[in-house]
Ligand binder design. Structure first.
Ligand code: DP6
Length: 342
């Protein structure tokens, strides 16, 4: 009744922002992401009949109520699927800042889904792991897979919630080796973000005059990006990824949801200036102030030193397309997850 798993973060090239109305946390628009090597979450789940409630620990320190509640919701889904009643202790470790727009919820819920289903004795397919993760956080559905991953958008209003849930399954669309892409994560704060993505997208859908425009453009950018990926055309893919991020942030900003900081905008200016100078580099940002530069592998070092020298950049993480989520030996993982503290 115990198991451990590791999953890597992912960054969306075409963004998921907004949900299909109804249940099961189905996105309103399709997204395409790249799973990132080296930004990973290691999670251990131990079901234990003696526990009265689920427990969540980060590096051996008890987590706050809200993350514990979200972990417990996922565990309820696993308990239902596997007919298990015991509560669980979850120990988890991120090797990058938690909840600051670095996609820790994606790797976190992917690792939790895989570890919990395995611990519950359920021989789950990757699709099932991904669906369990998606209902907690849609971007997590993509972190179950490696390389380049597509998560479809929701079906139209004629479909039932159950049909939309069934149809919304992430899949790998290209291997990690498909493109010589590197992602340079320019870390601009180690703190937690003020507005989480769930409430940020809710506020956008309720208040942004540009939400309709976003719903219109996002699937088109996504379709163009899918064919650029098929052709292994990094310049077109990069250009479209930057447009997707800017359209998402513009729609959010019009609702008063501002994730970008002054540093993010300076970095965006620097990326665009590098591009005018002939370097293949494009920007993307998620629900936080970090800028992620998409760059050809051959230019990664030069671009990283340029962006890393800008004021307000704390460090630059070099990431390349990464692997599928996988089960780990429990004893090895628990040492990592408890960080030697507990
Ligand atoms: C900007 O997956 O965190 O990173 O499903 O409400 O948990 P919930 O949202 P989440 O949103 C991710 C938003 C994004 C874009 C993306 O990853 O596609």
């Amino acid at each position: 009744m115990r198991a451990a798993a590791v999953a890597c973060a992912n960054v969306a090239l075409s963004k998921y922002w907004g949900k299909r109305p109804g249940r099961f946390n189905v996105p309103a628009v399709p997204s395409l992401s790249v799973t990132l090597d080296g930004l990973s979450t290691t999670t251990c789940v131990a079901f234990d009949e003696t526990l009265v409630a689920d427990e969540l620990w980060f590096d051996g320190v008890a987590a706050a109520d809200e993350p514990t509640r979200r972990a417990s919701e996922l565990l309820d889904r696993v308990r239902d699927a596997a007919s298990v009643s015991a509560r669980a202790r979850v120990d988890t470790h991120n090797d990058f800042p938690t909840a600051s727009g670095l996609a820790s919820s994606a790797s976190g819920f992917a690792a939790l889904a895989l570890a919990a289903l395995t611990a519950a004795g359920r021989d789950a397919s990757r699709e099932e792991v991904s669906r369990v993760a998606r209902r907690s956080s849609a971007s997590a559905a993509r972190s179950v897979f490696g390389g380049f991953v597509e998560l479809p958008g929701g079906l139209g209003p004629d479909a039932t919630d159950e049909q939309a849930d069934e149809a919304c399954v992430a899949r790998q669309v290209a291997s990690a080796a498909a493109l010589p892409l590197r992602m340079l994560v320019c870390v601009t704060t180690e703190g937690e973000k003020a507005v989480g993505s769930t409430s940020g997208m809710r506020e956008t859908s309720e208040r942004s005059p540009y939400y309709g425009a976003w719903l219109d453009v996002a699937p088109r950018l996504h379709a163009e990006m899918m064919s650029a990926l098929e052709r292994a055309d990094l310049p077109v893919l990069g250009e479209l990824a930057e447009r997707s991020a800017l359209a998402m942030h513009a729609s959010a900003l019009a609702a008063g949801v501002a994730y970008v900081s002054g540093v993010t905008l300076s970095l965006l200016g620097a990326v665009q200036a590098l591009r005018r100078g002939g370097t293949g580099v494009w920007a993307t940002m998620d629900a936080g102030p970090h800028l992620k530069a998409i760059v050809d592998a051959k230019d990664a070092d030069a671009v990283a030193s340029e962006l890393g020298a800008m004021p307000g950049v704390l460090r630059v993480i070099h990431a390349k397309p990464g692997p599928v989520a996988r089960v780990l030996p429990f004893d090895e993982a628990i040492a990592v997850a408890r960080g030697g503290l507990s």
